[in-house]
Design a protein around this ligand. Structure first.
Ligand SMILES: Nc1nc2c(ncn2[C@@H]2O[C@H](COP(=O)(O)OP(=O)(O)OP(=O)(O)O)[C@@H](O)[C@H]2O)c(=O)[nH]1
Ligand SMILES: [Mg+2]
Length: 239
């Protein structure tokens, strides 16, 4: 897929400050320092678009970028840094949780895991949370340049072994290295296919079918992301 434009839209402190839901979104989530911002830059083909730092916990806001004037990449703050882990629960920024649960135009989450490490409890718990909330995601193992292919494969296998029982079919798994510039084509293909699916499924309305306006029938006011509480992201949503 050709990326002809990549433009910073805004840094949002919470869901209500995010742009309207008119464009499909793909978000990057994962532990602090796992390489979310770097991966976003690699996919966009723009080195300095999202700020990258060796300091964990660097991205603190919901950073939104518009690609090809048609869809968005969303760089989220990481979890697992300077946050007290509550008993058996991966705790993370409330705004991130709110975004992931209630953003109706969120098509797919790229859940990033460091391929250089054996399975981390906090990552397993987070993937469990994504799964139990029916949030659509793919797994992306990052920084493959930091280990031997055998070690990377071993870590991926150990991780998937731990979560495989939760699924009839495992989520799609990718590996990448922003440093070695690998994995870009495969991840852009996911975006392309998801966008195509959404377009096909949201095609012309059948005869007599009424396309629901983004207005609540009960209140008459515009439906906001917050009203989606309890609804699942729907890739077939007419954008
Ligand atoms: N070796 C290697 N280093 C990487 C790779 N991707 C990112 N890094 C480095 O890892 C550090 C963190 O990268 P970021 O992209 O800022 O990570 P992040 O997940 O956005 O971090 P937070 O915003 O703090 O949550 C930086 O020093 C990057 O240069 C990779 O593929 N390989
Ligand atoms: Mg970041």
């Amino acid at each position: 897929m050709n990326i002809s434009s990549a433009i910073f839209d805004r840094s949002a402190p919470d869901l209500d400050s995010c742009p309207d839901e008119s464009l499909p979104e793909f978000a990057f989530i994962g532990r602090s320092n796992v390489g979310k911002s770097s991966l976003l830059n690699m996919l966009a083909g723009r080195g300095g678009l999202a700020r990258v730092s060796p300091t964990p916990g660097f991205t603190k806001l919901i950073n939104v970028f518009t690609i090809n004037k048609a869809w968005r990449l969303v760089d989220l703050p990481g979890y697992g840094f300077a946050q007290v882990a509550r008993k058996d629960k991966a705790k993370f920024n409330h705004a991130v949780l709110d975004y992931l649960q209630h953003r109706a135009n969120l098509c797919c989450v790229f859940a990033l895991i460091d391929s250089g490490l054996p399975p981390q409890k906090i990552d397993i718990e987070f993937i469990e949370w994504l799964t139990s909330n029916s949030i659509p995601f793919v797994l992306v193992f990052t920084k493959t340049d930091t280990g031997t292919p055998a070690k990377v494969q071993q870590n991926i296998q150990a991780f998937t072994d731990l979560i495989s029982g939760w699924f009839e079919k495992l989520p799609t798994i990718f590996s990448c290295s922003s440093k070695a510039k690998s994995g870009r084509t495969e991840l852009l293909r996911v975006i392309k296919e998801t966008l195509a699916e959404a377009e096909v499924e949201s095609g012309e309305p059948a005869e007599g079918e009424v396309i629901s306006p983004e207005v609540s029938p009960s209140t008459g006011r515009k439906v906001s992301a917050r009203d989606n509480r309890g609804r699942r992201p729907n890739p077939a949503r007419p954008w």
